[in-house]
Design a binder for this molecule. Sequence first.
Ligand code: ZN
Length: 180
Amino acid sequence: MIKIRRNILVPQVLDDRLAQLAELGEETNGILVCKPQQQGHLLNYETNALYVTALGTSHQVVASPTMMRMLNLFFQHNPQYHVVKWHTHCRGTGEEWFSKLSRGDIDHYQGHLEVNSFFIGMMVSPTQKILYGRGEISLEVVPTSPRFEREERVILQKLENAAIEVGYQGLPTFSTTARR
Ligand SMILES: [Zn+2]
């Protein structure tokens, strides 16, 4: 079991982006790319990039199989990074969903946890974030470091390389991913 406490450090600039995404009429999903740094019994996840993997409807969002292949390839090539998988319950989803996960969300996250006990999922709504994973997990918004932009660029470049490998012409943005 996971005894260690995990704390996700989200730079202010990325927290602002998540807040904007939660204000949309349609749900989105994506990843935070994090670099774990151990401090005694605390594992800090320094977040280096946010990437949107799909735009859905007001009640559902699913990334395409090609997108999933691209992400798997990226994490295979760059095992130093960990992922936090997020999705929004946005303005369009409705207020009754701002503070809870759906049955489908929980089943999906449980599926991930069965193959990877370190998995972390996160729901972002206009009013709150809910983290899902084993052990104690917290999230802290921190000032954007001067290194942030450079680190984010490096990761986006690596994602672009993975995109080319799976056959995308350049790195897809959420506006170009398949809707369903
Ligand atoms: Zn959900």
